[in-house]
Design a protein around this ligand. Structure first.
Ligand code: DOR
Length: 428
């Protein structure tokens, strides 16, 4: 019931608090912080030399259950989450069948409770069967525990349907998470349109396929007053559109994923299927714009877009390979690389991974405050590790970062005061 984390550097991106102190956990909550807290009867978790931060909140994750358990289950995805310091995930609706029914939301929550690892928050479909034609159920989905709406993986192409969806979402105060891709512009494309695609002889997806839809959805957010969140922003044009909209006071937020600020379409060379995702990796200028967008707050949130795929779906010719890469177990270290490079402060980086996404979806997470749930990550900021795809907790192996040496490692993760992950061979 009682646990004390001793000697860690408590870092709360919500307030900027940064001090070395002990942290007491009681009944799953943060009961206090300071020096010389009573230790009687408490389990002691030594955190000397470690950063103690709110557990990460990843609002863009594909867990594949129900229906594609050979790629990931809720249990394996939750295990990957906590190994990456992620204590809350929002899981996308493109399961099989898709989550367009409260029974599926209930099923996901039951499986997550049985796994007992990360907190799992279902995202409900915008349209029935994710077909972009008929609006799905929202009210009962919210009652069942859905925290947002998205047809992620597929954009709602019919602007009138998207308009009605936003109006209806507004009535339930649910944010609409939009995968911005004009399917007519992206048709047939397998990677970013540009010189690398030309050299490789692959059909390209122009950056405009994203920007066009970002601008449409911003216009619809203005029309409807709905809350809009743009998923996985990857282009300079899309980011500029969000920046302008925010200046005008539109209720829009945005996210990017670590691969968009770490890699460019150069990573596709050699027809690397583990560098294939949607939206595709972009140009060096786009990557720079993503970093600038994070630095100036245009992009609010970093989310992994964790998209596990089995080898059978990946090891085919590039144009036919499934879109998506793993993200949960590498997102913290990849984000910390921006801090090491001097592009973001530690507070900016961690806020985009904790308090901002939590606030966006109204989740009880992302803060080190007394009384808050004890969802925590203990991080060694200086530890180097090599990404070994075979050692990842996810059921799938599709990462482009295999063999990469990263700095910043999760040593332990707590959810509701329980140690749900502890790195093996912790020699401290
Ligand atoms: O790369 C992607 N993978 N992009 C998406 O939009 C969907 C996702 C998936 O479900 O695999």
């Amino acid at each position: 019931m009682k646990l004390i984390i001793t000697g860690g550097r408590l870092f709360d991106p919500a307030t900027g608090r940064d001090e070395v102190a002990d942290l007491l956990v009681e009944d799953g909550r943060i009961a206090g912080t300071g020096r010389g807290l009573p230790r009687a009867g408490a389990r002691v978790l030594a955190a000397e030399g470690l950063l103690v931060v709110p557990g990460l909140v990843d609002i863009h994750v594909h867990l594949r259950e129900p229906g594609q358990e050979y790629k990931e289950t809720i249990a394996t995805g939750a295990a990957a989450a906590v190994a990456g310091g992620v204590t809350s995930v929002a899981c996308m609706a493109n399961t099989v069948p898709p989550n367009d029914d409260p029974a599926i939301t209930e099923f996901i929550r039951k499986q997550a409770a049985a796994a007992g690892l990360a907190r799992v928050y279902p995202v409900a479909a915008v349209t029935r069967r994710l077909e972009g034609q008929e609006i799905a159920e929202y009210g009962y989905q919210r009652e069942a525990g859905a925290v947002a709406l998205s047809d992620d993986g597929r954009p709602v192409m019919d602007s009138e349907v998207q308009r009605r969806a936003m109006e209806y979402a507004r009535a339930f105060d649910l944010v609409v998470i939009s995968h911005c891709e004009d399917l007519a512009l992206s048709r047939g494309g397998a990677m970013n349109e540009g010189p690398v695609a030309t050299e490789l002889g692959l059909a390209g997806v122009p950056a405009a396929a994203e920007e066009v839809m970002v601008r449409r959805d911003i216009a619809l957010a203005e029309l409807t007053g709905a809350r809009l969140h743009i998923a996985h922003l990857s282009t300079a044009g899309g980011i500029a559109a969000v920046r302008e909209a925010k200046r005008r006071g539109v209720r829009v937020t945005a996210e990017t994923a670590p691969h968009y600020f770490t890699l460019t379409d150069e990573a596709v060379r050699g027809y690397n299927v583990n560098a294939k995702m949607n939206p595709p990796l972009r140009s060096a200028a786009d990557r720079e714009a993503v970093i600038e967008g994070l630095a100036d707050g245009t992009i609010d949130v970093i989310a992994s877009d964790h998209a596990p795929h089995h080898e059978d779906d990946k090891r085919v010719e590039f144009a036919r390979a499934a879109n998506g890469i793993l993200g949960l177990e590498t997102e913290l270290a990849l984000t910390l690389a921006l801090v090491r490079a001097g592009r973001l402060t530690l507070r900016q980086a961690l806020a985009a991974l904790t308090v901002r996404p939590a606030e966006l979806l109204g989740l009880p997470a992302g803060r080190l405050a007394e009384g808050a749930p004890a969802d925590l990550a203990l991080v060694d900021l200086d530890a180097e590790w090599v990404v070994d795809p075979a050692a990842l907790r996810s059921r799938s192996r599709n990462t482009p970062f295999g063999g990469w040496r990263l700095t910043g490692r999760v040593e332990a993760t707590l959810v509701e005061g329980r140690v749900v992950y502890e790195r093996e061979r912790r020699g401290r």
